[in-house]
Write a protein that binds this ligand. Structure first.
Ligand code: FES
Length: 116
């Protein structure tokens, strides 16, 4: 499915707070883009699967984020809830190209039909 994505450049890795996140508003939802201490970048929808908590405002630790509302912990790599909790935060594709963060948006997030 990644060939259906529209990759957009959202600026330098340094634009994301270390062990924090920034958000990107799309037509259909908001994306949380995280930067970990080891300089990796991950993205999830900014909507906790429990009760829609803003994951971008959570605590980043290792490759995990703790939701600010009820402290569920999610893997940034898979979106999967950790420990006894069920649920999965929706993962968004992201990659770094020459120091810039590129996020893969679906056609509906772009607000356009897929062309070609
Ligand atoms: S809304 Fe995230 S843990 Fe409840």
């Amino acid at each position: 499915m990644t060939d259906m994505l529209n990759w957009i450049d959202v600026g330098p890795v340094e634009g994301i707070p270390l062990q924090g996140a920034r958000t990107l508003q799309t037509r259909t939802d908001r994306i949380a883009i995280f930067r970990t201490l080891d300089q990796q970048v991950f993205a999830l929808l900014d909507r906790c699967p429990h009760k829609d908590g803003p994951l971008a405002q959570g605590i980043v630790h290792g490759h995990f984020v703790t939701c600010p509302l009820h402290n569920m912990v999610f893997s940034l790599e898979t979106g999967q809830a950790q420990g006894p909790d069920d649920g999965c935060a929706a993962k968004v594709e992201v990659k770094i190209i020459e120091g810039s963060v590129h996020v893969g948006l679906t056609p509906s997030q772009m607000g356009k039909r897929h062309e070609g």
